[in-house]
Design a protein around this ligand. Sequence first.
Ligand code: KG4
Ligand code: ZN
Length: 339
Amino acid sequence: GDEPLVLGIETSCDETGVGIVRGTTLLADAVASSVDEHARFGGVVPEVASRAHLEAMVPTVQRALDQAGLKASDLDGIAVTAGPGLAGALLVGVSAAKAYAYALGKPLYGVNHLASHICVDQLEHGRLPEPTMALLVSGGHSSLLLTEDITSDVRPLGATIDDAAGEAFDKVARVLGLGFPGGPVVDRMAREGDPEAIRFPRGLTGPRDAEYDFSFSGLKTAVARWVEQKRRAGEQVPVADVAASFQEAVTDVLTRKAVKACRANGVDHLMIGGGVAANSRLRAMAEERCERAGIRLRVPRPGLCTDNGAMVAALGAEMVWRGRPASAIDLSADSSLPV
Ligand code: KG4
Ligand code: ZN
């Protein structure tokens, strides 16, 4: 039958994303980022992000429609990130989506940001097998989610108890003086370093620790202390080795727990999503360990792992496809929306 044509709007953090999909086919993916405006603060400033979303919203919607060669009236629905995320930033997207839906007379679908990070993989690898284990690693989240039905049954098995994985990358990059966002540059530096040079701690991997929770705050502190000691001794900091060893500790814990969660739940498909899924070492290590465990791995291409509108459209289209009810026009943003 005809696959639904859906436009998705994402404004949970610092990217204004607008995507258009037909079912599981990507038609347009327009993103405007305010990341450069946050760089000098070393992290995302909520007020700056909200203002940037306001300015970028209408032009980005138009850019997506142009890319797809469509008119707004062609759409079957408007999907939007309802949460979790920055309250003010979310509000800009939700307000815009409601206005478009109301003006065009189209159904509105409020979707969960974490679920859409998982659903985006459908645009690259086709419909998600059920169940699928999802490892979601971004600047705001590090979670293991057992996904039985992406529109209605996503069960959190564990999450970070302190910093998110991406946050740890950003903070370590700052300690090393590498700039923001830290993930991509640590990834690049690590290629020239020795991942075994320094044995940094693997958080929450002891026998009495929560099996599927993560902790990266201790690791971040260990890296900062190690670097500080070198500097105080007047020695040169081996930046590439520190980056590689830190990255090894993060990816070791993430992949170990993800594979363990698959095995314990009898799930043989693992997807990895979120900005940190763009990490080259995480991708390589996951491939190796999944292969050994007989688990099929799905990781979207890096451009679909970071925040974007296509992932929202993908989940909206899935909701239409499965006949899920639309949201009421008084839909509100919820900064701590659970999956
Ligand atoms: O999913 P995302 O775009 O936004 C959030 O929802 O947080 O993720 C952004 C995070 C940042 O912390 C960034 O440093 C990290 O993803 N990141 C990476 C890489 N590319 C982006 N971390 C490690 N390696 C990368 N290649
Ligand atoms: Zn995200």
